[in-house]
Ligand binder design. Sequence first.
Ligand code: PLP
Length: 385
Amino acid sequence: MKTSKLVEKIPPSGIRVFFDLVLGMKDIISLGIGEPDFVTPWPVREAAIFSIEEGYTSYTSNKGMVELRTDISRHLKNRYHLKYDPENEILITVGVSEAFDLAVRSIINPGDKILVPEPYYVSYGPLVTLAGGIPVFIKQSPENGFKLTPEDILKYCDSKTKAIILNYPNNPTGVSYTKQELRAISKIVSKKDLIMISDEIYGDLTYDFDHTPFPTLPGMKERTIYLNGFSKSYAMTGWRIGYACGPKDVIAMMTKIHQYTILCAPIMSQMAAGEALKNGERSIFDMKREYKRRREYVVTGLNEIGLTCHKPEGAFYAFPSIKSSRFSSMEFAKKLLEKERVALVPGTAFGPSCEGYVRISYASSINNIKEALIRIKRFLCSQSS
Ligand SMILES: Cc1ncc(COP(=O)(O)O)c(C=O)c1O
């Protein structure tokens, strides 16, 4: 069949390419997948079961159930003093994945540029390209702790630059930003008249300081498309539920695409998400405490075996340097898998400048992490002897 040249050019996700190798292998310790090892909290599952028993099996409003939009609005107001009108400033989507795609497609005209800080989440570049835009990758140096600076933005901006994507806490580095750092970035966003697409899916998993949503910064609410969801903090990846908040004109554009492509997010998932917002706080707290404990363990362990690793401020990823091993990140990941049956993700899946790094997910039990560290150490020793 004659397929789209544009789609042909898009490379497959580096994470998938690597995990195709893992498929079918037995007894693997996988620290590769970016998904909670917890099951969705029981009251949330129960709410969905109940909704099915009660016969909630239909479409909802394209924008999502008004009850859920109201719950999200209340949640953001209570937690961050962030006010969004449930009527026309919130859209319920099929995960942050869909919300991101809609956000990009709603703002791009052919040839517009979008700044994508690198390391990046794997979907960003391809989705910008598919929308007819040009992703401009801003390489962030490890010396700078993989943090985006106002100077970086200035350096890469030109007259075609329309927007910037920021993801914090970050996948894959775990880096997050303090209010002061975000304020400095916001000044350049204003100065250069940019739209901010802020992917804050890991916002609840911030360990060392309070998370600051980008739209809470002065003058930023009208410039920001704020994306969040339930996959990570509530362990709800399989429910496929997320949301976007923003100025009503852009939410109307996003809703237009969503109504033709998706119609609405599944009603059972919307019911479950409402329950998560009302009664899920305790579960988030418990999971976060456990991730924090694992973070200490992973970071200390990696540094002890000679893989330099900064301390991630959020999410559940560590991003150590493997430069001391003399392998490329793909070789390192493949050999470690072959010899010691530990799966992690080569840094290059998150951009070419991430050569020399690997991503380790600590959304796995402490026992798995302990055993993986022993195996990585043994692997490193066997290579140097
Ligand atoms: C930064 C980031 N954004 C978005 C997503 C997709 O999330 P969802 O399950 O809500 O589609 C992920 C999933 O790994 C992610 O890491």
